[in-house]
Design a protein around this ligand. Structure first.
Ligand code: PNW
Length: 461
């Protein structure tokens, strides 16, 4: 059984579900550009239509209600609010999110709103180098203020950034995500400006909108790392890997600076915070938002593994860490090839509890992709149903052990545009037929719905 007010929700993101990319004054985002560049996305698919949620949000909210969701986490598309990211406010963009928020509240579903889930206005990238330029901090500040002003009377849970690790590493390091850049230096710069932008938005909220009485935080993603063996070297490798992954973004927010090990390894490539910036960062998250999907084994690389790491030339991201990653052959894998290890979730929650002084934690995403070549197979998604049950049970155990976990959001409400993988990877608890746009709850939706109704995983005998 979970605590009485535990928040049960599901999550989506604007570009992955909305479609209507050219409607009602929306400007282009870096993801439109990425998708229109041949060869970047599986089958050259785009978010042009996606789940057509922009036109179907009312039915989608009814679907959420029928499943018993208490909360719904979605993101605002910055280019709907300001087409070029810095100019005029677009009233039609405001109107869309007003309608969505009102509809959720009418159905007693709490809106949890992410300000940035990767759809940066294209003009900010093309004219200002996006997250590489410190100017972004003041653009993001203004955008955040517009959102608090217009929606903050009804929205009481804000998330500034979704997974800045992905923006920095996949967007500016490995080139897999928009804006598709490959570099060993840029990820650290992008991360720096992402963190400063987060802190600035929080400062605006705390100083100008305190009377709205909401909470605001950042959501980071992290997989868990088990040491391959019990050796001190492997345990250090696992710890180092977690610091390069999660502490990179969480230490500045909870402790005021990057982890020491990153300073030592990266030298000049890791930017410095001024004393004022540190002050703005420390304590800038009311809760610890965590997106968690998988686990790996970490070890100190041997000579040939080290050579492999260096040859991979993976944007400096993996070779900087000096960690060899592998899998336990007994682990089941999802359609993304991600390992299903519920105990890793529990351990990561403890790692966060220890390192950051028992913060309030929300799992803002957790879920899995299944191989669903047709609707019939999709509807019988036993692997996903088991995935939810096992991860939720592991989370419940962590709570019993003292972790202050207050909520869980399943990714995702429905199948959607899975970034570079296009529509071939389905994460939804509801199936989407992309020809008819019909939504159908899968087995996992019903299982999750039962979990919500029972406030926990109750095994039927
Ligand atoms: C998250 N990785 O993305 C995002 O927040 C969602 O938009 C996405 O649909 C979901 O997880 C499933 O992928 C991630 O490479 C993308 O470690 C890549 C990674 C992690 C999360």
């Amino acid at each position: 059984m979970f605590p009485k007010d535990f928040v049960w929700g599901s999550a989506t993101a604007s570009y992955q579900i909305e479609g209507a990319v050219k409607e009602a004054g929306r400007g282009m985002s870096i993801w439109d550009m990425m998708c229109y560049t041949p060869g970047k996305i599986a089958n050259n698919e785009t978010g042009d239509v996606a789940c057509d949620h922009y036109h179907r949000f009312e039915a989608d909210v009814k679907l959420m209600k029928s499943l018993g969701l208490k909360a719904y986490r979605f993101s605002i598309a910055w280019p709907r609010i300001q087409a070029d990211g810095k100019g005029e406010v677009n009233p039609r963009g405001i109107a869309f999110y007003n309608k969505l928020i009102d509809c959720l509240l009418e159905h007693d579903i709490e809106p949890w709103v992410t300000l940035y889930h990767w759809d940066l206005p294209l003009a900010l990238q093309v004219e200002h180098d996006g997250w590489l330029n410190k100017d972004i901090v003041s653009y993001f500040e203004k955008y955040a203020r517009i959102c608090f002003e217009n929606f903050g009377d009804r929205v009481k849970h804000w998330i500034t950034l979704n997974e800045p690790w992905c923006s920095a590493v996949l967007g500016y390091g490995l080139g897999e995500h928009a804006p598709g850049r490959v570099s060993k230096v840029e990820p650290y710069l992008a991360a720096h400006n992402l963190l400063l932008s987060h802190a600035r938005a929080v400062k605006v909220y705390k100083t100008e909108f305190q009377d709205q009485g909401g909470v605001i935080g950042i959501t980071n993603n992290c997989d868990y790392r088990y040491p391959l063996t019990d050796s001190a070297q492997d345990r250090e490798a696992a710890q180092r890997s977690l610091e390069f992954f999660l502490a990179w973004f969480a230490d500045p927010v909870w402790k005021g600076d990057y982890p020491q090990v990153m300073r030592e390894v990266l030298g000049d490539r890791l930017p410095n915070f001024t004393e004022d910036e540190k002050k703005e960062l420390v304590g800038s998250s009311d809760f610890f938002g965590l997106n968690h999907y998988s686990s790996m084994l970490a070890s100190e690389p041997n000579a040939s593994q080290l050579e492999e790491l260096n040859l991979a030339g993976n944007g400096g991201m993996i070779d900087d860490q000096n960690v060899h990653l592998s899998v336990d052959p007994s682990w089941q894998q999802t359609h993304m090839g991600w390992n299903i290890v519920p105990d890793g979730c529990r351990r990561l929650l403890h790692w966060i509890k220890e390192r950051y002084g028992n913060p309030i934690i929300y799992i803002t995403e957790n879920g899995c992709a299944c191989d669903e070549p047709n609707k019939e197979i999709a509807l019988n998604d036993t692997m996903r149903a088991d995935f939810y049950k096992s991860y939720i049970k592991a989370s419940g155990q962590a709570i019993e052990e003292g972790v202050d976990l207050r909520g869980y959001f399943a990714w995702s409400l429905m199948d959607n545009f899975e970034w570079a993988h296009g529509y071939g990877q389905r994460f939804g608890m509801c199936h989407v037929d992309y020809e008819t746009q019909e939504r159908t709850p899968k087995l996992s939706a019903n299982v999750y719905s039962d979990i919500i109704a029972q406030n926990g995983v109750v095994e039927k005998v």
